[in-house]
Every structure is written in C-alpha cells, then in structure tokens.
Design a protein around this ligand. Structure first.
Ligand code: HPA
Length: 271
C-alpha cells in the first residue's frame, strides 16, 4: 500500500486532471497512446517502485491525457511474468492506476487464435479467461483496503462493456469475435498438442499477459473490457512456425481498425 501511494503521489505531482479510464496497450498496440491529447508522459523508470519494460514492441511509459473527450491513463507497454517480474510487479501499475482514480480499465493484447473460425487480424472481445499461469497475483496476505480475500471472477469482464463494444463495432462496420482468453506464462509459444488441449478446455485465444492484470482489476473493483488482437493462428493450425515478427506485423496491419474501435468505445463509454 505504501509503495502504491508513493508511486501514485509522484504521478499526481505531474497531473492537473484525474484519469477515469485506464488502458493497457499490448504488443504492437501502443500507438493508441500517441493519440492522447495534451499528454503528460512519464517513463516507468521515473516512477518509484515501477519495474522497467524490456520486450521489443513495448515502450515503457505512462501517457495521461484526453482521448475522445475522456480522461485516460495509458500504459504504453506492460510487464510480463515471463520477463521475470513477480505477479505483484506485473500488476502493480493496475493498483497505481486505481489509486489515481480510474473506475474502468481496457486491457488489450496480441493473442494466438485457437478457435479455427478466427483469422489473423481479427479483433476479439474477451468474454472470460482461463488462468493457465499456475499462479495468481493475489497469492499472499490480503490487504482488505485493496479488495476482498476471495474475489468473485464470474463477471470480471463487464457484460455491459462487451455489449457496448459490440455496438461500437457494429456502428463502425468492424467485425469482432468474442471468446475466452487463455493466459499462459510464455515465453515459449505453445506446442500443437497444448493448443489442442486448450481448445478442448474451451479457449479461443492464447497469450502471455492480461490474466494477472484482469484478476487484480477485478479484486480492485474496476470494470474491465478486454480486447485481443488475433495476431496469428496458434501453433499447429497452419503449417508454419510462429514468430514475434509475425505478431507485430499483424497487429500493425489491424492498427487502424483497432484505433478506430477503441476510440469509439471510449468516446461513447457511459460514465
Ligand atoms: N501464443 C501465445 N502468445 C501469443 C501468441 C500465441 O500464439 N500470439 C501472440 N501472443
């Protein structure tokens, strides 16, 4: 709690407004933060207790300002468990954004498509997740000031936000999928056998992020919207190897639709 407050105060010193929507921008999707007006930019390394982002395609800064008339705070680059950060470190920024005043959070990622009806470049609204990381960011003593000991996860992806996002997609003429996101630790991509297993278990997309941040968002009482950019078909579906370059390439291709979509969601988000 002390660390959260110290990080929060150091950020607040630089702000004149209070953000109400948090954005976590995944691989290749950080460009959205460049659209924020009157931005205050703070490098993670300049925020007390913040870890530093290492993966390529991620920038490592907070961008705070106005987007589509709403006060937002965006993480341009996130922390991954596979980088060696603890679950507490991975989710620390969510705690800080909550302390800064956000009430909603939009979490985005690049993910592999498990569902064979999906195509690379599709956008998927996350309806639910499977925590396949073998750990949980809430393990350890529970601070009741942050949330309850046994948080409900049955509606962690807000159904009214999913409906809202579907309406936005419809209005923009963008097709969106819906489905279950499986969070794996990475950093390996999955084997074809693992993908068959995850499909049997009910997964539609797989990635190496999001689940920890969403668990903590749920614990903190934030309303969550999750969006995956299906950057590739998961292992074994197509006869080709998976590469990070392909992931970045596809997310860059859908960038315009992604930007239009999230901006419209934010513009029309009831508050
Ligand atoms: N698997 C895991 N994580 C990913 C993938 C994938 O196929 N694509 C993008 N992130």
């Amino acid at each position: 709690m002390k660390q959260i407050q110290e990080a929060c105060s150091s950020i607040k010193e630089k702000l004149t407004t209070t953000p109400s929507i948090g954005l976590i921008l995944g691989s290749g999707l950080g460009i959205l933060a460049d659209k924020i007006e009157n931005p205050v930019t703070i490098l993670y390394k300049d925020i007390p207790h913040f870890p530093e982002s290492t993966v390529s395609g991620h920038k490592g800064q907070l961008v705070i300002g106005t987007l589509e008339g709403k006060q937002v705070i965006a993480m341009q680059g996130r922390f991954h468990f596979y980088e060696g950060y603890s679950m507490k470190q991975v989710t620390f920024p969510v705690r800080v954004m909550k302390e800064l005043g956000i009430e909603s959070i939009i979490v985005t990622n690049a993910a592999g498509g498990i569902n064979k009806d999906f195509n690379p470049g599709d956008l998927m609204l996350i309806t639910d997740h499977i925590n396949n990381m073998g750990t949980n960011p809430l393990i350890g003593p529970n601070d009741e000031d942050l949330g309850v000991r046994f948080p409900d996860m049955s509606q962690v992806y807000d159904t009214s936000y999913i409906k809202h996002a579907e309406n936005c997609a419809h209005n923009l003429g963008i097709t969106v999928q819906k489905g279950v996101y499986v969070g794996n630790t990475g950093p390996t991509y999955e084997t074809p056998a693992e993908i068959r297993m995850l499909r049997t278990l009910g997964g539609d997309a797989v990635g190496m992020s999001t689940v920890p941040e969403v668990i903590v968002s749920g614990h903190a009482g934030l309303k969550v919207l999750g969006i995956s950019c299906i950057s590739n078909m998961a292992a074994g579906i197509l006869d080709q190897p998976l590469t990070h370059d392909e992931v970045i390439e596809t997310t860059e291709k859908v960038r315009e639709d992604f930007l239009r979509f999230v901006k419209e969601i934010i513009r029309t988000l009831p508050q």
